[in-house]
Design a protein around this ligand. Sequence first.
Ligand SMILES: [Zn+2]
Length: 299
Amino acid sequence: MDRRQFLRRSSLLAAGAALPFTNLLGRASGNFTELRRNVGYFTERGGTIGWLASENAMAVIDSQFPETARNCLNGLRDKSDHPLDLLINTHHHGDHTSGNPIFKGMAETMTGHENVPKLMKKANEESDEGEPNTAYPTTTYADSWQMDLGDEKLHAKYYGRGHTSGDSVIYFEKANVVHMGDLVFNRMNPYTDRPAGASIMNWIKILETVASEYPLDAVYIFGHGKPEYGVTGSKEDLEVMRDYLSAIIEYVQQGVDKGLSKKEITDKKVLDGFENFLYADFWTLPDNLGVAYEEVTQS
Ligand SMILES: [Zn+2]
């Protein structure tokens, strides 16, 4: 894919146009699901929003798109009158940050990994479509960050390069709920943003670490999910994602060891054992095999 095609594809992604992995069952006003202790998730279009809405605290994790961010906010207002304390962006992609302008000026704190504003600025520079989104996180961190909010405690942690080079894992400690952002595409071929610093090899390690670091009974929220599997799950679902990424690296490594070309290696529609995964047209298994090839051969 040449640069023009790439930029076109990136801007489509930033705009969230025709993304097949958005929530297929989303309704006009979105869907709210409570998990534990006033913490839940909202789905409509784009990456799953995590929320905390109690008498004395309100927070959102990610912002989808302006119209769905508004719907989310309206729904949260039915749960609590408390002002919005906090917005965290799990990473910079447009389907997680395009609603930021709706929350800006309202959220007392806007947080993200330190690479998120940089990657949002870069995406603005590379896209010639629509208004640039300049509602960047203003409170950034390098390794970890935490905040007491009402009777909940929130943690954000960076585990290194994964889906991008700015992915936060967000932990609601009291509720024992973990928002994974796009580090988990539940039973789906994930988008791997190598120009934004993604690393499949390190992503595997992240899933390994996260699955062992949080309590066994933690509930996980995923950025995207195949409809029949949904956007929440357990440690076991992280392990399925890890196994898929491992299978990608292993397949590519075997091809490289046999002396096959990049073209021969990436000409593969489905991996054995993962036939059930949903594939998006805009980002396919061959795309991920290509990224893995670049990593394995360091090309
Ligand atoms: Zn993403």
